[in-house]
Design a protein around this ligand. Structure first.
Ligand SMILES: [Zn+2]
Length: 330
């Protein structure tokens, strides 16, 4: 570890948990879920939240180290040895999101951006999704439209071949399992692509995502869809033959608490990534490599990692117009 990074690493102490809705939301549905391995836990007091964040950090550090040490997952796919090392360190020490630090947010390691597995980067994306959805619903709410939000979740289970929790994965069975899992995920993607046009036509905004969660003996593959559409619209749910619908809920956009819960189901973190067997988590990462598993149409066209860039650009533009206005005023 280089001294600069050690210095940065030692500097961060969480002083305050963010009170913003988007951050609270991300803490509920990502950090708490990752820490408790269960459904969202709605504790909001500072001590509990900070304790959970440290728990998740420990889980993540352990998991990332295990995956990299066993060669199951290599982040970044760096060309040079030193860049690969640097990416690995960034993952291990990825800083928690949705909190404020004792010494300000400067001087900190950059986020690792492995938002498919890193709970903190996942939480950052979720906070952006919440912002985006809330912004949109706020404008629609004033028009008193008869719009509703809906979340539909379908799940499918794939048992790992040559694997038992007691003895682990049989040697040589990793790549066959990667291929099997990837085939299932690609089937989900194809189904979606076939229907994307219909979704765009019938809804004002929709998001779709595939979440792979390692379980005790295999993987749970969830296809989650979130729609904002007029009441009475026949929702273009991507039907899958082998999948079972496990969640369907709708609410009027005016009822924010419930619609927040519905969005929460859409973005919930797959806690198994941190707690299930490393072999299964590693295979899940390899099987999803290079696939775009979060997509949107209409108002939510940008709904993955692109959101961060979009928000940055928007705030820059705001600043620019503000300074222009100021210049005009003076
Ligand atoms: Zn990260």
């Amino acid at each position: 570890m280089q001294w600069v990074e050690r210095y940065k690493r030692n500097r961060w102490t969480i002083s305050r948990v963010s009170g913003r809705w988007a951050h609270r939301f991300a803490i509920f549905y990502v950090i708490m879920v990752a820490a408790t391995k269960k459904r969202a836990c709605f504790a909001t007091d500072h001590a509990t939240v900070v304790r959970k964040i440290y728990q998740v950090r420990y889980l993540w550090f352990k998991r990332a180290k295990e995956l990299m040490a066993t060669g199951l997952w290599q982040p970044g796919h760096g060309i040079t040895r030193s860049s690969a090392d640097y990416t690995a360190r960034r993952c291990l020490f990825c800083r928690p999101s949705c909190v404020f630090y004792a010494h300000g947010n400067s001087n900190k390691l950059r986020p690792c951006k492995q938002s498919r597995i890193c709970p903190f980067c996942y939480a950052r994306t979720v906070a952006y999704i919440y912002w985006n959805v809330r912004q949109y619903l706020n404008t629609r709410r004033k028009q008193a439209d008869n719009e509703i939000v809906t979340c539909v979740v379908q799940k499918e289970y794939l048992a790992a071949k040559g694997f038992t929790p007691e003895t682990g994965m049989v040697a040589g069975m990793h790549s066959p399992n990667v291929r099997r899992l990837r085939a299932v995920i690609e089937k989900h993607v194809q189904r979606y692509e076939r229907q994307a046009k219909t979704i765009q036509r019938r809804t004002d905004g929709a998001m779709w995502s595939v979440i792979v969660e390692p379980k005790r003996r295999g993987w749970r593959i969830e296809t989650r869809q979130y729609f904002v559409a007029r009441a009475g619209t026949k929702l273009p749910v991507v039907r899958l033959v082998d999948a079972k619908t496990v969640y369907t809920k709708s609410a009027k956009i005016q009822t924010f608490v419930r619609s927040g819960k519905i969005l929460g189901r859409f973005v919930r973190y797959p806690a198994g990534m941190l707690t299930a067997y490393a072999d299964l988590a590693g295979i899940a990462m390899q099987a999803t490599y290079g696939l775009r598993l979060r997509r949107g149409t209409g108002r939510f066209r940008t709904c993955g990692s692109g959101l961060a860039a979009a928000f940055k650009q928007a705030s820059k533009k705001n600043e620019r117009t503000k300074t222009q206005e100021n210049a005009q005023a003076s």
